[in-house]
Design a binder for this molecule. Structure first.
Ligand SMILES: C[S@@+](CC[C@H](N)C(=O)[O-])C[C@H]1O[C@@H](n2cnc3c(N)ncnc32)[C@H](O)[C@@H]1O
Length: 377
């Protein structure tokens, strides 16, 4: 870090990093598919500050004004998603347009995947498709739950085995995001014990994994397509050096631009992103292959944990799938429902709503209460 910032700037960096978790500003995204999402959040006490200038649905808010996020119906009903403002930037730079085929190669827990889906949203419907790919079996559950809560259609959540080496992947995507596993130095403020730089061994390991992922991402990209590689770490070895290495190893890509964000310069935890373009003249020609062919080539399995009923409920806001009757809960009861502590004397399965938005199902089953909603909030 000293090499990157020099003796004078280094203390400012550490000071800003320590301060960030205590700063009154946090940031969130509003779900564009929820009508009046902002006024709904305000009615629940959320105090908004400025918009995030680089992302259309992003806002800073007073961190103390969103109570108990784990069981807040604003999050349970997919009205808002709490996300660092700097983490919103890579998708903003990816320039996703409705109708595109997009790959998110490191997708869990789903912050950026949900942003991509929002960019495929065209006022009334989603067009195009997202393949949200996550290798970690536990984290893929969080991803599936998050995207189900966000009410998003047009997405395949896939869980492939970790690729041992470069493989031949069909070039089918217009856009690819590689938000790579990294040293996570921008989280050091939350993990005080990790204040020293990462070991060389760890950094080199990350560099190797990231280089492989960036190659896979570029192989999956159509000629003329655009890829963003991003991290939440500052080390040059994990960022610029990865890009330089990949570009030196292939002739079909060019670096369009890259950007670093620093806590003391930009007021955000920060990290790095690079925008890479695959040359239109590349020999890697597209045939009639589709994202499904990519899924097959990667030996990935479709992951689908949340019930179809729940997905239908979230997508079609007024439907009551399976003929269940509807029950609207107060703010307090909705929060109790998300804590699995709400009770009722209903005798059949009911679809639970809060402020006209679906939350899940409740079913009294042989005297045992059963709650259906994505639990990994
Ligand atoms: C920085 S996180 C992604 C965050 C996510 N894009 C978001 O915005 O919510 C990196 C993800 O890459 C996954 N990962 C770890 N090793 C991997 C590998 N070798 N190949 C692909 N993904 C990997 C991790 O499990 C982790 O979920």
């Amino acid at each position: 870090m000293r090499e990157l910032l020099g003796n004078e700037e280094l203390p400012l960096f550490f000071e800003a990093l320590e301060r960030l978790p205590h700063h009154p500003n946090k940031s969130l995204r509003l779900n564009p598919r929820v009508p009046n999402a902002r006024s709904l959040a305000e009615s629940m006490g959320v105090r908004f500050f400025d918009p995030v200038s680089w992302y259309p649905d992003g806002y800073f808010f007073d961190r103390d004004s969103l109570e108990r996020p784990q069981t807040n119906p604003l999050i349970g009903a997919g009205v808002v998603y709490i996300q660092e403002a700097s983490a919103m930037e890579p998708v903003s730079m990816l320039d996703v347009q409705p109708g595109m085929q997009v790959l998110d190669l490191c997708a869990a827990p789903g912050g950026k995947s949900s942003q991509i889906l929002d960019r495929l949203w065209n006022e009334t419907s989603l067009s195009g498709h997202l393949v949200a790919c996550e290798v970690n079996g536990l984290r893929v559950r969080k991803l599936d739950a998050m995207l189900a809560r966000w009410g998003a259609d047009a997405v395949s959540v896939v869980s492939p085995p970790i690729a041992a080496s470069r493989e031949s992947l069909p070039a089918v995507f217009d856009r690819v995001l590689v938000d790579a596993p990294c040293g996570s130095e921008s989280f050091f403020s939350k993990r005080k014990d990790a204040r020293n730089d990462l070991s060389d061994r760890e950094t080199l390991r990350n560099q190797k994994i990231q280089t492989g992922l960036v190659h896979q991402g570029l192989d999956s990209l159509k000629p003329g397509g655009v890829m963003i590689y991003s991290t939440c770490t500052y080390s040059r070895q994990e960022n610029e050096a990865v890009v330089e290495k990949v570009i030196s190893e292939r002739s079909d890509v060019e670096l369009v631009m890259d950007q670093r964000r620093w806590p003391h310069r930009d007021g955000v935890p920060g990290g790095y992103w690079a925008k890479l373009a695959k040359k239109p003249s590349s020999l890697n020609q597209v045939g009639a292959l589709t994202p499904q062919d990519w899924i097959a080539a990667r030996s990935a399995k479709l992951f689908h944990r949340e019930s179809d009923d729940y997905r239908d409920l979230m997508r079609n806001k007024s439907a009551t799938p399976g003929g269940a009757s509807m029950l609207e809960l107060s703010d307090r009861d909705a929060s109790l429902f998300l804590q699995r502590q709400w009770n009722s004397d209903v005798t059949e399965r009911v679809a639970i709503y809060w402020r006209n938005l679906p939350l899940g199902f409740f079913r009294p089953k042989k005297g045992i209460r059963s709650y259906e909603f994505p639990s990994e909030i």
